[in-house]
Ligand binder design. Sequence first.
Ligand code: HEC
Length: 254
Amino acid sequence: MKRTLSRTLACLALGLSAPLYAAGGGALPYHYDPELRNDASLQRGAKLFMNYCAGCHGLELLRYNRMAEDLRIPEDLLTDNLIFTSAKPGEHMKTAMQSSDAEQWFGVAPPDLTLTARSKGPSWIYSYLLTFYVDDSRPMGVNNLVLPGASMPHVLAPLQGYQALDEHHAEDDHGESAGGHGASHEPAFIEVEPGSMNTREYRAAVGDITNFLSYAAEPGKRDRQALGFKVIGYLIVLFILTWLLKREYWKDVH
Ligand code: HEC
């Protein structure tokens, strides 16, 4: 009880930015920093999201046309390739799935993902999508390292394929792993069935989805950052002009 309280307080002290991941509170296996100004990545992420995730998950606080405008996606491309429901471009991005059906199928209704990048953090989402592994004891045949007992199927299996946990490797955890990134805590997996992408391509794709969800959680952030640069530029110009003006005035005084 006391420990939970102190952990909660510690998280509050960290400005609520520290996500409370997997119950144990261990470090996440992978890290991801969003690139909110990378339009190409956000567009790829939006496309992957609409194709692989929107069937179950909504982004109810985001409107299609706001997304298209922010990510510079032309309107015809939006309506032809990204809206799979009967929604109009001005509508919120709701999923077509009824949550009562979803609950029956999965036991848990797939949550809306608009704010997940803020509540759990981009690295959590990134790690979640990278750590589905084969587990025959689960109803979907897969389990997940950061959300043990997850009831979501491995929907990206066509891209990643299937992997299993490498139990032996996990035990002697102090050895340098082949990846050679110093003291990395990356879990060891063995490929069971290949997908259409190799590891590097799959990580890039998952990065794009995570980037897109980070944008969705805070669409205004890109604009704020851009505005910040303009304001600083303006202040620099103003400073130079003021300084020149001061020099001009004082010339006459001396
Ligand atoms: C077939 C339906 C389905 C599809 C498609 C699907 N999910 Fe899920 N997802 C779920 C369910 C069900 C859960 C709830 C899992 C649980 O809590 O056990 C979930 C949970 C999640 C969570 C955890 C959210 C939280 O706050 O706990 C994230 C993140 C997530 N999904 C991302 C995605 C992404 C990204 C995609 C597309 C690549 C996707 N999902 C596709 C059904 C789906």
